[in-house]
Design a protein around this ligand. Sequence first.
Ligand code: ZN
Ligand code: ZN
Length: 290
Amino acid sequence: MKLLNLFRAVSFWGFVLIAGGYLLSLGCNMNIGPCNDCDPPLLPVFVPNKMAASFFAQNASLEIEVAYEEGAKPYVGNLALNPSGTKTDPNNWDIIEDNLKEIFKNKTVANQLTIPKTESEMKAVPAQNKSSWTTDKILAFAEAHTRYKQVSSGFIFLVFLKGYFEGKNNILGVSLGSTSVVAIFKDVVEASGQFRGPRSLELFQKTVELSTVVHELGHALGLVNNGIPMTTAHQDSNNGAHCTNTECVMYWAIESNMSEMVKFANKRIDSDARILFQSECLSDAQNFNP
Ligand SMILES: [Zn+2]
Ligand SMILES: [Zn+2]
């Protein structure tokens, strides 16, 4: 088991290398992202500014759609932390909403968020029996299971999968450039539980999953310096679209260094912090008025 890189997701530049060629030939068969005019094709990864701007534009709305294959259901609902259930950890999806509201603070989109909070609002899909996923397989899965073949408003599709991204057992999630598709790899989330120390297994895994989702949503929306312009210099350019602030959910090491990820998850558990972004990333988003 590789300890390093457990939390690694594909950075924007990694994605360009991996999927750029694919997207060039993708054409408009894949109309599941914001797409006002699907000819010419989306090619979103090559025009990240345009994509990010659509999320932050005046009067924008944003819907998060979720589908999961059997065995990869995301955590939903409050988690009881004691037998009597008087102490609970909040629903991840409430925390995800809080993070998006903070990102979109003072913009109308903050009040135009549609986020599933319960199992019944998420789509269950039969087991896919794939040990390894490629970008095109993920996009095909997304296209098969989205409710929206074409939308003109903001939309991000989160898919929770078993198996690994390109066979790598260290990648927790990928944000597929500007396709609006984010994949979370449940087997890797669950494997992180072995490093929980004295923590409750479920609470630790739930927190790792939360951190992964927020990190990947950050990428999908244009952080760091990947569509959302920076207000201060805090891009860790050596590590792609990541943040130099070690406390921020967009810090690269959270997704690629086990000890940092464990530290991050434990800090969130101890502090009950609901906003996982730090001020630099929030400032970028809050000052972005395309
Ligand atoms: Zn990342
Ligand atoms: Zn940051």
